[in-house]
Design a protein around this ligand. Structure first.
Ligand code: ATP
Ligand code: MG
Length: 442
């Protein structure tokens, strides 16, 4: 490199063959001459890419190369110290995968938070695409918003090189309704959704399938979950981004097992995202999803399926029956809009006010009263299922109108909806996903 770079300016740099630099965004890099590797993709003379303000990447000159970098506020071009950059290590990992004689490569990336999982997923995808593979990328990190929104898993079919999963179009989505894989129920949904997305990738005839996973890896439970993913997805390769996880996966899978365990180094100097930046990215992702042509549709209660909803999906009972089970409802009966039973719950939707209702001595003690306000039913993020029961889109519950017996949902999907899947994510009107969810769904 022949220049020390001051941020906020436009610079031209000459890189010698094999030279590595780190670009910290926001920056636009144009190749003026030669070629370079960025996130596994080759950028040649005349081509350019943009590094987002929250990202940093290593680039490597594949020949003597001249670049022009336009650096925004906070951006920089850095010369990594010896062995600091991981690009050569990642090239080796991608090469091993490519040279595996098995025709279909199914690769799972496992690593801690901020260890480079998403970037390595893109790296392997680009590397394989560059060499003629048809690649499917599966976002299996349930807390992420890169490809779709949190609470979903998704699949993309990249047609050209990319740096960040955000640049890809989500082709298939599965709503899982939770963002914390530490809950067993969430793991069940994630595992099943992953299986389905792998099947979709196979149907799309992808010969390389790269699966990103969440960064929950440090506890026994977390490791058990990752091992279950490997057991049920049967990848050809698992790439680990930490020595400890590598050792454990090697021990768990032994030498004879179908899956090859590989180790990739985690980048040392990364651009970390603060809590606030992560929150903003999530809001942006929900907004992007719902502002693209979504409209409100009314669905009839009793006709549309309501999966995961203990209140609306419960067994309907009359107010009189509910009062028999819980006599304390009598004084508020004119506020009762809906009553149902689901397992041990006696659900009551009230028009206003939250009454902490205790059913008293004479009540049927086989039930736990679950009194909720009508307004609390709005804001839930839901999965939208088509006539065949397949996930086709997401929606937000806008209102449950008990007078007209309809549930209003905003969704970009315009076909026939057979059911909604309710999870544990509630959005505020400005797309914050920190809303308190009811103990029993809606
Ligand atoms: N080779 C590299 N050199 C420097 N920074 C890098 C490199 N690769 C990735 N990064 C940066 O490191 C940060 C974390 O990377 P990435 O998002 O891929 O990790 P992750 O494990 O998916 O994180 P999360 O746990 O948040 O999903 C990002 O800002 C990314 O741009
Ligand atoms: Mg990630």
């Amino acid at each position: 490199m022949n220049a020390n770079v001051v941020p906020g300016v436009l610079v031209e740099l000459e890189l010698k063959t094999g030279e590595i630099l780190r670009i910290v965004g926001p920056a636009r890099v144009e190749v003026l001459d030669g070629s370079l590797l960025a996130v596994g993709a080759i950028y040649r003379r005349g081509e350019s890419f943009v590094v987002h303000s929250l990202r940093s990447y290593g680039i490597k000159a594949l020949e003597d190369t001249k670049i022009k970098a336009t650096l925004g506020e906070g951006a920089s071009v850095e010369e990594p110290s010896e062995d600091e950059e991981v690009i050569d290590d990642w090239i080796n990992v991608a090469k091993i995968i490519r040279e595996d004689p098995r025709k279909i490569k199914k690769v799972i990336i496992i690593g801690p938070v901020e260890s480079g999982k998403t970037t390595l997923t893109a790296f392997i995808a680009n590397y394989m695409m560059e060499r003629g593979s048809k690649v499917c990328v599966i976002e299996g990190d349930v807390g992420q918003e890169d490809l779709a929104v949190p609470g979903t898993l998704s699949l993309a079919l990249p047609l050209r090189k990319f740096l960040w999963l955000r640049e890809l179009k989500c082709e298939r989505i599965r709503f899982v309704g939770c963002i914390s894989p530490s809950h067993v129920q969430c793991q069940l949904h994630v595992l099943t959704a992953l299986r389905e997305l792998i099947e979709e990738a196979e149907n799309l005839e992808c010969d390389t399938i790269v699966v990103n996973t969440d960064g929950w890896v440090s506890s026994k439970q977390a490791l058990d979950f990752k091992v279950s993913i490997i057991r049920w997805l049967r990848p050809t390769h698992v790439v680990t981004l930490s020595n400890d996880i590598y050792d454990i996966m090697r021990a768990v899978l032994g030498h004879n097992f179908f899956t090859v365990v590989l180790k990739a180094r985690a980048p040392m100097k990364v651009k970390e995202r603060s809590r606030e930046e992560r929150r903003r990215l999530r809001i942006e992702a929900y907004r992007k999803y719902f502002s693209a042509g979504s409209k409100t549709v009314s669905l009839r209660l009793g006709e549309v399926g309501l999966i995961g909803s203990c209140v609306l999906g419960g067994q309907r009972i009359s107010i009189d029956e509910a009062i028999t089970l819980c006599p304390s409802l009598q004084p508020v009966r004119d506020k009762v809009l809906f009553t149902s039973l689901y397992g041990q719950y006696l659900n009551v939707v009230l028009s206003d006010g939250l009454h902490s209702i205790t059913c008293g001595e004479s009540a049927d003690h086989s039930y736990i009263i679950n009194a909720v306000r009508k307004d609390d039913l709005s804001g839930y993020l839901v999965g939208v299922l088509d006539e065949e029961g397949k996930d086709v889109a997401l929606g937000i519950i806008e209102d449950v109108d008990f007078n007209n017996n309809v549930i209003k949902v905003r969704t970009p999907y315009s076909g026939k909806i057979s059911a909604l899947v309710v999870g544990r994510i509630k959005l505020s009107p400005n797309y914050e996903d920190t809303g308190r969810v009811l103990r029993c769904g809606i």
